[in-house]
Design a protein around this ligand. Structure first.
Ligand code: G4P
Length: 190
């Protein structure tokens, strides 16, 4: 998505060879017009996938995801990150390990917001190791639902996330794919 790539190029900051800071439009301040354009693009790409609900993981995935759900005319569900197990029968939970932040959390979904008939699109802001998206897919599948695809705002293609998701059989569509980060360097895959 050209508009997104331009914003990354002009406002993104490669903090290290692995981490891109995009606080001015996605992770801290949020540009609603850009979110809307992202929602339109995800909706265009996945319009024939018969999606019934769009899932994301709190918190930075929420803005592009709500726009996608709006454009597709379906609900969105935010998967919550809990520090410890919820001891009741009302939720599905799965452990996710974040390598970037070096922590673990329990991704949590209420049983009220998924059925076996659902066809889920998962959207997240960054794809690094793929662990968050795989966790979201596990929850959907535990409920008997299908995962119709995974939409990513910024994919770091030099990390193994896409490969892992594709190996697990999921279709991945990323709005921007970064092949290299470094001091003053942000290179995209064409
Ligand atoms: P993975 O799901 O692909 O395995 O990624 P990982 O756990 O390593 O990423 C953990 C968190 O770090 C996620 O945010 C993810 O969006 C964020 N992240 C990963 N790489 C980058 C990066 O290069 N730049 C920025 N800005 N963020 C990155 P989170 O913990 O879910 O936090 P939130 O911001 O969504 O609340």
């Amino acid at each position: 998505m050209e508009l997104l790539k331009q914003r990354i190029q002009s406002e993104g900051l490669a903090l290290t060879e692995h981490v891109l800071k995009v606080d001015s439009f996605l992770n801290h301040q949020v540009d609603p017009k850009l979110m809307e354009a992202m929602g339109e693009e995800f909706a265009r790409y996945f319009k024939d996938h018969h999606i019934t609900k769009v899932f994301t993981i709190e918190s930075s995935g929420i803005a592009p995801t709500v726009m996608t759900a709006l454009k597709l005319g379906i609900p969105m569900v935010t998967l919550k990150k809990q520090a410890s197990k919820i001891l009741n029968q009302e939720v599905y939970q799965t452990e996710v390990r974040s390598f970037t932040k070096d922590l673990r959390y329990l991704l949590t979904l209420s049983k009220n917001y998924i059925t076996p008939e659902d066809n889920i699109l998962i959207i997240d802001d960054f794809l690094a190791m793929g662990e968050a998206a795989l966790g979201a897919a596990r929850l959907a599948e535990e409920a008997g639902a299908k995962v119709a695809g995974i939409g990513i705002v910024i994919e770091k293609s030099f990390q193994p996330g896409r490969e892992k998701l594709e190996e697990a059989g999921y279709e991945v569509y990323s709005l921007a794919r970064i092949q290299k980060l470094g001091k003053g360097i942000i290179e995209f895959l064409t």
